[in-house]
Write a protein that binds this ligand. Structure first.
Ligand code: DGJ
Length: 731
């Protein structure tokens, strides 16, 4: 078993191939956290907690005259509130009598094999190839009888620990849960850097690294989506940690709605990390006997820097997260109509684009926004999911057939969670959108958000979507979301339940996904939220891929893909070649480079194929051919970031290495050209030091050691030009 309880020391130990996680049931039955990091033996690590009389840090009543036992100082596994720990709490509750205290003590624990699941919520699952064990620890507040169950699953070989929390109201009165953090992790030191991924629409997931300072530092989303602005993923690492060396801890939250991660450096230079649903706007009523399931956090640790941390996340998310079998298949090469035509098209124009795309080697045509309702701009039409026959004159089924006749698969765009005020749906059901009674709603892209906390709305969307999917030969769906939530209030619940709407919306959305996506396993779904506004593991449970950003500029894309790659596998990241000057930045880059960058993901095209030159079409065919040749390496290999977009002033480079370390693909793009430059060398990673390799198109063989330690000379290329090196082991 990867989980053990040692009776003598009252320690609970979770063990993976390379890590140990330890807790101790202390005197008075408080659950203390003693260690997480590199694998150790079964020794009791509670000696690390040095009891001292600390002024203004109070002591539990049962400690009597012992002033060294304080919940304000000791590292805890799930912190109490209002009972002597002044640091940020794991829980905030309003009890039946109006008090807000919660003090959890261990009542029981249980170890079993297999992975826990969470009702209504996405979570990692075990496959037949995994050894997974689960620990459940029940804490109870002796005064109120409220119960908290801490859940841990250990993916032993994958060095992954997942955590989740359940709150069960076993008191005899109704309570309100105002905060519940899925993970609490206390470290006895604070010499760490906090890394998170911040951004904005069209510029998502830029890596931010800062040393911890006293007090609370946090990231969050209160937008009703995981958001472009902050991703629900953070790293804590030692100041010296880099891609290849040093300790780092990853925390990835499996949820697509409001989240918060808080890190507190306390008065004694200790660190507490909390990750969970954002308490802002959250208040959940629990009647006697009712239970609340908080989403999962996925934890990992590496003592060899960020590259290993990334490999651990990529491996677990590739194999134990996405339910779709497409996750393990090569995806079709898509041409998408958005940047080619925006709203300005009819079926003839689109068929022309599709026909020319065949010549490029494309395999699927995706009809983006504008095909339905009165949708000639973003002012109207959302909610009316009938084909606009003034644009698609032959109707959707026949249009799909025409596309198929060209030898292409057919894909379609939808944005089901939204409604335009100028739509039949809104005119019929104005009460179905998020809107506060007596208050004009805030608009975003002229649209309003449907209230998915309402069962009627979910059922309507399930029927509508299933009808669309079954109406034509649709083999791909791009599921978009183009605004964030405001006016969060539901017309169908009373005062006491309004604080549940953000979360009930997510449960409604996951329910719809269960009924639409999981019932159409042969349709490939691509998630999108104005690009990467909802790129999170919960979405990847349903969609095998996400449109990474609305920014298709190759130079900006390298930074976006760099940040995204820390946690999300390359075969989840959809990336397209578009025309230049680029529509978002106005920059011009070589066609080849756009291909090199888009190949660092799921390659596709986002352009009007009828406007390409013969040479560009030839380049497309070449790009597609080499992408297919290297697909397994790109999709399933280990990923290495060779440069950092902030520090590397001259070029960007990244690398895919096969699991057997016999083949590698290195991609390099020059980002800044100077005259009469010094020679630079690119050091390759992940090869076998004593193995000899050849580089495609070059004479000679090189040892892995030479390629890794001395590197390869950076070739003389112009600004924004790129090169790819395919490296193979010679026998
Ligand atoms: C935002 C998406 O990210 C784009 O690719 C496109 O689908 C538009 N929405 C359509 O409105």
């Amino acid at each position: 078993m990867a989980i053990r309880y040692l009776e003598n020391s009252k320690t609970l130990i979770l063990e993976t191939a390379h890590t140990t996680y330890q807790m101790k049931i202390s005197k008075y039955d408080y659950l203390l956290h003693t260690y997480y990091g590199e694998k150790l033996s079964d020794e009791d690590l509670s000696y690390l907690i040095q009891p001292k009389d600390r002024g203004f840090s109070p002591n539990p009543y049962e400690a009597e005259y012992d002033r060294t036992f304080s919940l304000d100082v000791f590292p805890q596994e799930f912190s109490s509130d209002g009972c002597g720990d002044f640091r940020k709490p794991s829980i905030e509750i309003k009890n039946g009598d109006g008090s807000t205290a919660f003090l959890g003590k261990v009542k029981k624990h249980h170890i079993r094999s297999g992975k826990y699941s969470l009702p209504g919520l996405p979570a990692l699952f075990a496959t037949d190839n995994d050894t997974v064990d689960t620990l459940e620890i029940t804490l109870q507040d002796e005064a109120t009888k409220v119960i908290v169950v801490l859940l841990y699953s250990v993916f032993e070989e994958k060095d992954i620990i997942t955590r989740a929390v359940k709150v069960i109201n076993q008191s005899d009165q109704t309570i309100y849960l105002n905060r519940i953090m899925s993970t609490t992790l206390d470290f006895m030191e604070s010499d760490y850097d906090f890394i998170h991924f911040a951004g904005r629409h069209t510029m998502e997931r830029n890596l931010i690294r800062t040393p911890l300072r006293y007090g609370v530092q946090s990231i969050e989303s209160s937008r009703g989506a995981s958001s472009h602005q902050h991703n629900p993923f953070v790293i804590l690492c030692r100041p010296e940690t880099d891609e290849d060396h040093g300790d780092c801890y990853g925390f990835s939250f499996v949820y697509s709605g409001n989240f918060r991660c808080e890190i507190e450096k306390d008065q004694f230079d200790q660190t507490r990390l909390l990750f969970g649903i954002n308490p802002r706007g959250f208040s959940y009523q629990l009647k006697t006997g009712e239970c609340f399931d908080a989403p999962e956090t996925v934890l990992t640790y590496s003592n060899q820097g960020f590259a290993k941390l990334t490999h651990q996340y990529h491996d677990i998310y590739r194999n134990n997260l996405c339910r779709s079998h497409f996750s393990h298949l090569e995806r079709p090469i898509v041409i998408n109509s958005w940047e080619a035509a925006y709203f300005d098209f009819d079926d003839e124009k689109l068929l022309h684009i599709a026909k020319e795309a065949v010549d490029m080697g494309v395999e699927m045509f995706v009809l983006d926004d504008g095909w339905f309702g009165k949708r000639d701009s973003d002012f109207s039409g959302l909610g009316d999911w009938e084909t606009n026959t003034s644009k698609i004159k032959r109707g959707l089924p026949d249009f799909a057939k025409e596309i198929n006749k060209l030898g292409l698969k057919f894909g379609l765009w939808v944005e089901p969670e939204m409604v335009s005020e100028d739509s039949n749906l809104y005119r019929t059901h104005p009460e179905w959108c998020m809107k506060i009674k007596g208050r004009a709603p805030v608009r975003g892209r002229y649209q309003l958000v449907l209230d998915l906390s309402q069962k009627a709305v979910c059922d309507y969307l399930i029927n509508t979507l299933n009808h669309i999917l079954d109406s034509a030969n649709i083999e791909y769906i791009k599921w978009d979301l183009n605004r964030n939530m405001t006016d969060v209030w539901s017309s169908v619940v009373d005062f006491e339940h309004q604080g549940e709407i953000y979360h009930r919306y997510m449960l409604g959305l996951y329910y719809i996904f269960d009924q639409v996506i999981l019932t159409h396993p042969d349709i490939l779904f691509c998630g999108c939220a104005g690009g990467g506004g909802r790129y999170d593991p919960a979405m990847l449970y349903y969609y095998p891929q996400v449109w990474c950003s609305d920014n298709t500029d190759a130079v900006n894309r390298m930074s976006i893909q760099y940040g995204t790659s820390f946690v999300y596998p390359i075969n989840t990241l959809e990336s397209h070649v578009s025309i230049c000057p680029n529509h978002q930045t106005g920059r011009t880059t070589p066609f080849d480079t756009r291909g090199t960058v888009a190949m660092d993901g799921i390659l596709g095209y986002e352009l009007d194929s009828t406007k390409l030159t013969a040479e560009e079409k030839y380049l497309c065919r070449e790009q597609i051919a080499s992408y297919k040749k290297y697909y397994d390496l790109i999709a399933y290999g280990d990923y290495y970031r060779l440069t950092d977009p902030v520090k590397s002033k001259k070029y960007m480079a990244w690398q895919h290495v096969s699991k057997d370390q016999k083949t590698a693909l290195v991609s390099i793009v020059i980002t800044n050209k100077e005259s009469n430059e010094p020679q630079k060398y690119v050091r390759i990673k992940g090869l076998l030091p004593n193995q000899f390799y050849s580089i495609k198109g070059q004479d000679g063989v090189y040892s892995g050691r030479a390629l890794m330690k001395a590197g390869i000379p950076l070739p003389d290329l112009g600004e924004y030009e790129s090169v790819q090196y395919y490296i193979t082991a010679v026998s």
